[in-house]
Design a protein around this ligand. Sequence first.
Ligand code: ZN
Ligand code: ZN
Length: 261
Amino acid sequence: MSRHIAFYELRDALAQPGCSLCRLEARVAERYLDFLLWERVNDPDLRQNLRRARGFCREHAWMLVRPGASLSIAVMLHDVLQDVLQSLNGAVIQPTQETRRPLERLRTTIAPAPPPAVADIVAALEPQGEQICPACAQCRVMEEVYLDVLLDSLPEAGGLLEAYQSSDGLCLPHFRRAVQRVRTQRVLDVLLHAQRTVWERLSHQLGEVIRKNDYRFHDEPWGEEADAWLRVIEALVGAAPTQLEVPGRARGEDGYERTGR
Ligand SMILES: [Zn+2]
Ligand SMILES: [Zn+2]
């Protein structure tokens, strides 16, 4: 994606509620999963990465559920499950040799150590070679592009500073990653000032929520602070996972009308 497009996508996202990076990453994941489901199911590299990652992360696995996706999901995840089974069988058949010394054996009579195969089984079930969910990997790549464009634009005339300060800012995890990517003192100063403005506004609104719940101020009307208790959750942990309606689980159905794919 060009930096030009990233700039305008950021500008649009900053005008929406919540963390703009969470919003953009949800869209990146959505597009990427669409691409995988319709174009890449039989790509050997993808399938190998998926096997090594032990499939998708929880959030992105549930994002796969969409009209007509049942066959692609079955093909990709059958492959992952087969690989997990194979690794599990290998770990059970060839457990690490018993190497504990006599003193350690004595201790186990008080607090028994797990059977020797346990460590191998746990290792077999984990992602292999630190491979992560492919959708998470794609989000990380795009996150760096968006953050760099945002940071570059902050001190510039006509940049995104004003939009940032009037938005809900970045959530704490994305703000942390933004700070990590700062390369100049000038950008750091502007970024810190902008995010402080956002957090101080939210903090004031939360104070108002608490105050107006006091019986002495109960009659005061609610203003923009009314949902600050909800916004602070996003501010501290990031956007809520995409809400999904999981279709019926009847055998052989994906619960959706097929759309020709
Ligand atoms: Zn975020
Ligand atoms: Zn993921």
